[in-house]
Design a protein around this ligand. Structure first.
Ligand SMILES: CC(C)(COP(=O)(O)OP(=O)(O)OC[C@H]1O[C@@H](n2cnc3c(N)ncnc32)[C@H](O)[C@@H]1OP(=O)(O)O)[C@@H](O)C(=O)NCCC(=O)NCCS
Length: 168
């Protein structure tokens, strides 16, 4: 199992039941809520944290929560999880950063950590990412990470664009 992971600026911890309040805080951030699932009520945040903990136990990987290495500040969440996407079980990578920290490369830093673990420890042949077609900031992270070949997909009835990165 991939455990705690340090990047240059971030401490990434596997999300578990104890992170419910921080998840709730992250999703209470208005610009984040607009782009990602809306605000979570505390019981929903607890259920999400519990599901992610189960994902870690089942698959050996799931999303991290991100804290600043020096200040300990909550920065965001992200990383890898196995998901059924576009007709197959795929290793998916994602990111959410508190809006006050947008524009400083934190999402790309989380993404690089995920790719490192996915292609390294997990031996993935391919990692995918998807977002709403109009989510330009998330698409820009995908492109900065070298993900390419965007194609439209439907996921749970909604329109998304799927990027792929084959094993380097
Ligand atoms: C998507 C999201 C995580 C992107 O955050 P972001 O801050 O734009 O992305 P990054 O952290 O990679 O930062 C990139 C910006 O920082 C700049 N930057 C500064 N230092 C940098 C560094 N060391 N590395 C990379 N970029 C850096 C880049 O030039 C870029 O600037 P720009 O926005 O002016 O072009 C953020 O908008 C978000 O949380 N959105 C809501 C949730 C969401 O939609 N998540 C995706 C769901 S699929």
């Amino acid at each position: 199992m991939v455990d705690r992971y340090f990047t240059q600026r971030l401490r990434l911890e596997p999300i578990g039941p104890a992170h419910a309040v921080d998840l709730w805080r992250l999703h209470a951030d208005e610009p984040v809520a607009i782009w990602h699932l809306g605000r979570l009520r505390l019981p929903e945040a607890q259920a999400t944290a519990d599901e992610m903990a189960a994902g870690w136990a089942r698959d050996g990987v799931h999303k991290w929560i991100a804290y600043h290495r020096v200040s300990g500040e909550l920065m965001g969440r992200g990383g890898l999880s196995y998901q059924h996407v576009d007709g197959a079980r795929r290793l998916e990578i994602g990111w959410i950063v508190r809006a006050r920290y947008w524009g400083r490369g934190y999402a790309t830093e989380i993404g690089r950590a995920g790719l490192d673990v996915g292609f390294g420890e997990l031996g993935a042949d391919e990692i995918v990412a998807f977002t709403e077609p109009e989510n330009g900031r998330s698409r820009a992270v995908m492109e900065r990470l070298g993900m390419s070949d965007p194609r439209p997909i439907r996921h749970r009835g909604e329109h998304f664009v799927l990027y792929t990165l084959p094993r380097p």
